[in-house]
Design a protein around this ligand. Structure first.
Ligand code: ADP
Length: 429
């Protein structure tokens, strides 16, 4: 039924009953008694209503207390108020839960988020933004963001309001990407992202492509040059032609080695080729590497082998490539007559394959960079000895995949030790 009718019908019925009773008294006992009864009834009704109004007022002062019981229309009014309060409590609980969930999500978000008012005063920010821009929510709340982040690029970005593009800020040694999104009531959301790693990877990718192109271009230029000479002069002397062909073969082999090393590196870094462990007989492996090193040396060096370690679980192919690279470097960077020692041993915490030479050695400033792709201390010596500049990068990645690491110690002019260590967990069960 219509709620208005629900209210009026019982009220009018009660009033009608009262007047009917007063009419009967008037007819039976006379007009004075009838009117007195009607007046008394009206006064009582007013007092009852006023007392309920007072109860309602008291309850409104402190809505946490129990709702009073009602009579007549008040029963319905109090019942409705009770339902409203119950729904309200439920909504409040839901809202509190949502807020807690939202706070937790914002705490875990790697992106920084801040809300600023229309005049750029900080209203709220999450911990990631505190880290990115060096703010502290408790301390900086209510302060103007442009006073807190005093970077000219950031201030220009906000003043000019060109928000279509994000701004990359060099801030405290990191690259922070900032984006501003306007929203309701001219408020603004500031979103930050730490792009340091992405930028570094991007720079490495650019460098790698530039270096690889450069490395491939040099032998190609030589080959193309000789081909042009051969085309221009078909009657070229046979001895000269043979010399040119030999040089072209050398350059083509150089490109082949380079491409082979690049493919090896990309395979080592790819998730598509997970490490396949097998039992590796390191003694035989080191001995076969010594044979290859002696062949490369052509009798110019004295190569010693000391194997005192056990077999390991790892990739035979990868460990061969890493250990052989270290041995070949020792030969290539040691003057004739030097001694090179290949040693496989088991220490207290790790297993180690160490290659010690009495070669040219390395200045300390170069050591941290030797495993970077195409990094060479002496470019011409590396090329003369057919180096690709990728050998130690391959060693590093192989060892990383095996949970190991490369340690380099060197004294310029005296020699170096390159030690590839593998964790004891590589031991067969
Ligand atoms: P490359 O193909 O040029 O040898 P690597 O990655 O194997 O490339 O080595 C990087 C650089 O480290 C070399 O160019 C060389 O300058 C230096 N290097 C590596 N091994 C030795 C060593 N045993 N003695 C001195 N320098 C070395």
């Amino acid at each position: 039924m219509n709620p208005k009718l629900l209210f009026w019908v019982p009220a009018l019925l009660r009033l009608g009953l009262l007047f009917a009773l007063a009419g009967m008294v008037w007819w039976w006992l006379g007009p004075v008694a009838g009117l007195s009864l009607a007046l008394a009834a009206v006064v009582t009704a007013v007092i009852v209503q006023l007392s309920y109004l007072q109860k309602l007022g008291e309850w409104l002062e402190d809505p946490g207390t129990r709702l009073p019981d009602g009579w007549g229309t008040w029963t319905d009014a109090f019942a409705r108020l009770y339902r409203m309060r119950r729904d309200d409590t439920k909504h409040q609980a839901e809202l509190t839960e949502w807020l807690a969930r939202f706070r937790q999500a914002m705490h875990l978000l790697p992106e920084g988020v801040a809300i600023m008012d229309d005049v750029l005063f900080l209203e709220w920010c999450n911990p990631a933004l505190e880290r990115h821009l060096g703010l502290t929510m408790e301390r900086d709340k209510g302060l103007r963001v442009t006073n807190l982040v005093r970077h000219p690029d950031f201030i220009d970005y906000i003043i000019l309001g060109r928000y279509e593009q994000p701004l990359t800020l060099a801030f405290r040694g990191r690259k922070i990407e900032c984006r501003i999104i306007p929203f309701e009531n001219r408020r603004q959301i500031l979103v930050t992202h730490d792009a340091t790693d992405t930028e570094r990877i991007e720079a490495m990718r650019r460098d790698f492509i530039a270096n690889a192109s450069h490395e491939l271009r040099t032998p190609l230029t030589v080959i193309v040059g000789f081909l042009e000479i051969a085309m221009a002069d078909p009657g070229l002397d046979v001895a000269i032609r043979t010399a040119h062909l030999n040089l072209m073969t050398e350059q083509a082999q150089r490109m082949q080695r380079l491409i082979q090393d690049m493919l090896t590196l990309s395979r080592l870094e790819s998730d598509e080729f997970p490490l396949k462990r097998e039992r590796v007989d390191v003694k035989s492996l080191v001995e076969s590497i010594a044979v290859e090193a002696r062949a490369l040396s052509g009798g110019r060096h004295h190569i010693e082998v000391a194997v005192d370690g056990p077999d390991v679980m790892g990739s035979m192919e990868e460990l061969r490539s890493a250990f052989a690279n270290l041995a070949s470097n020792a030969v290539r960077y040691s003057p004739d007559g030097g001694t090179i020692r290949l040693a496989w041993s088991r220490g207290a915490d790790a297993l180690s394959f160490a290659v010690t030479d009495c070669g040219i050695g390395i200045d300390p400033e170069h050591i941290p960079r030797l495993t970077e792709r195409f990094y060479r201390v002496d470019k011409s010596r590396s090329r003369e000895t057919q180096g690709t500049g990728l050998g130690l990068a391959i060693v590093k990645h192989v060892l990383l995949r095996h949970g190991g690491k490369l340690t380099i110690t060197s004294q310029p002019g005296k020699g170096s030790t390159f030690a590839a260590t593998l964790p004891n967990t590589s031991l067969p069960a």
